[in-house]
Design a protein around this ligand. Structure first.
Ligand code: B9F
Length: 124
């Protein structure tokens, strides 16, 4: 099978888009995230992300992680995932995310983290 490359434009099943840069020598990358959903009245703003890809394994199904620093909310999301390529050469990023919301006190900490999964496919 072909190897996965993170660089490019990706879309998930919610309709969110992200652009990932080329990797630097250390495997770090940057990008921007345009979420399709927000569960807030605030206007959605394209937000920066920073991540790292694990050293490409010989198997080519690399693992990675990145953090999105929302520019319209006091919250942050981290994603971890892995890239897969099917026999047709179609790439899929299988990810799991944690979203930490800012809460006013420690007493509210129990409800401050959401978890979910997203599947991204390449659009460019
Ligand atoms: O909805 C988030 C938010 C934080 C505080 C007010 C609004 C920011 C955007 C998160 C987007 C998530 C989804 N988009 C996507 O592509 S990141 C994981 C999902 N994948 C109200 C309080 C906490 C959440 C909503 Fe808020």
């Amino acid at each position: 099978a072909r190897k996965c490359e993170l660089q490019g434009l990706w879309k998930n099943e919610l309709g969110s888009n992200m652009t990932l840069s080329a990797l630097d020598a250390a495997g770090a990358f940057t990008g921007s995230y345009h979420t399709a959903v927000a569960a807030t009245n605030k206007r959605i703003v394209v937000s920066p992300l920073k991540g790292a890809q694990q050293h490409p394994s010989t198997k080519g199904k690399v693992t990675f992680g990145f953090t999105v620093q929302w520019q319209f909310a006091d919250s942050i999301t981290v994603f971890v995932g892995q890239c897969f390529v099917d026999r047709q050469g179609k790439e899929t990023l299988e990810t799991t995310w944690l979203l930490r919301e800012e809460v006013p006190s420690r007493r509210d900490s129990w409800k401050a983290t959401r978890i979910g999964t997203n599947v991204f496919t390449r659009i460019k």
